[in-house]
Design a protein around this ligand. Structure first.
Ligand SMILES: NC(=O)c1ccc[n+]([C@@H]2O[C@H](COP(=O)([O-])OP(=O)(O)OC[C@H]3O[C@@H](n4cnc5c(N)ncnc54)[C@H](OP(=O)(O)O)[C@@H]3O)[C@@H](O)[C@H]2O)c1
Length: 262
């Protein structure tokens, strides 16, 4: 499978490294366009322009959303007719992509950073892709982690929950560690324990048939210390309300960016 990547920074780079590591994509079949050379996997070609020659099987847009007009002006002609155009741009909807690029099918993908270790989430959405294109995209994304198709109207929600989710969780881990420091633990030790606790709890939740809510109740025996702490998080739905507000704000920003890009 030949792949052109327009922009390959933090997120595109994480996807590319995982694809090459798992053999899903061969480094020699990849051409990257960026503004300056970056550390990319060995064998991947990078340049300031796309290579001459026929369009590849897949073109992936991996630059920042605000670069879309510049990229369309420079490359839309050259990528026209590619069978598959995948965009990971937050807040740029399919209509905005279709207004600037022509391709057999256009698919929006919303990855998060753990795709680099095969433990990410990739939300997918497309109105233009037929069954074959959908199957091809799902197969390409499979080595990156959990792959979920969603309707267009829910894409901003996926972006808020999974795309931005690692950022929110890092804040939670930091706050968990800070809580330990407030009780007297050395900062480095508290951080190591908070990270390992979230890793272990996450792995157990992923492996369990029970819901996270049920798992929380199971570790909190009545009258015990975990229950006492959960009572604080649950008071007036404190944590639930905070995260609802967090995701609403994040999804709203995605919708605003989509409106600006149209
Ligand atoms: N980071 C996340 O957690 C995340 C999650 C979901 C989706 N996304 C989406 O992923 C996209 C990339 O984000 P990122 O965090 O990976 O950004 P990034 O690290 O800044 O990477 C952007 C890439 O685009 C290239 N680029 C920018 N302007 C260009 C231009 N005019 N011509 C050619 N190449 C250009 C950059 O080139 P250089 O290498 O030369 O700088 C870089 O390779 C964004 O659209 C974002 O919405 C990100």
């Amino acid at each position: 499978m030949r792949l052109w990547m327009i922009g390959c920074g933090n997120m595109g780079g994480a996807m590319l490294r995982r694809w090459i590591e798992t053999g899903a994509v061969a480094a020699g079949d990849v051409d990257v366009v960026n503004r300056g050379d970056r550390a990319l996997p060995e064998g991947v070609r990078q340049a300031r322009t796309l290579p001459a020659g026929p369009v590849p099987d897949v073109v992936l847009l991996g630059m920042k959303p605000q670069q879309i007009n510049d990229i369309a002006a420079r490359f839309a002609g050259q990528i026209a007719g590619a069978p598959l155009l995948i965009s990971i741009l937050a807040g740029v909807d399919e209509a905005a992509l279709a207004g600037r690029f022509t391709a057999g099918a256009i698919v929006r993908a919303m990855p998060n950073l753990p795709v680099g270790i095969g433990k990410g989430v990739v939300g997918l959405q497309s109105a233009s892709a037929g069954p074959d294109a959908r199957a091809a995209v799902a197969a390409l994304m499979a080595p990156l982690g959990l792959v979920e198709w969603v309707e267009a109207k829910l894409f901003d929600a996926v972006t808020a929950l999974a795309g931005s989710g690692p950022g929110f969780l890092y804040r939670f881990i930091d706050a968990l560690a800070a809580g330990g420091v407030a009780l007297g633990l050395p900062a480095d030790q508290a951080q190591r324990m908070a990270v390992a606790t979230v890793e272990g709890a996450g792995l157990m939740a992923a492996a369990s048939a029970d819901s996270p809510a049920a798992l929380a109740d199971r570790v909190a025996s009545p009258g015990g210390s975990t229950r006492e702490g959960l009572n604080v998080l649950d008071r007036d739905e404190a944590l639930a309300a905070l995260l609802r507000e967090t995701l609403v704000a994040s999804a709203r920003r995605n919708a605003e960016m989509a409106a600006a890009a149209r």
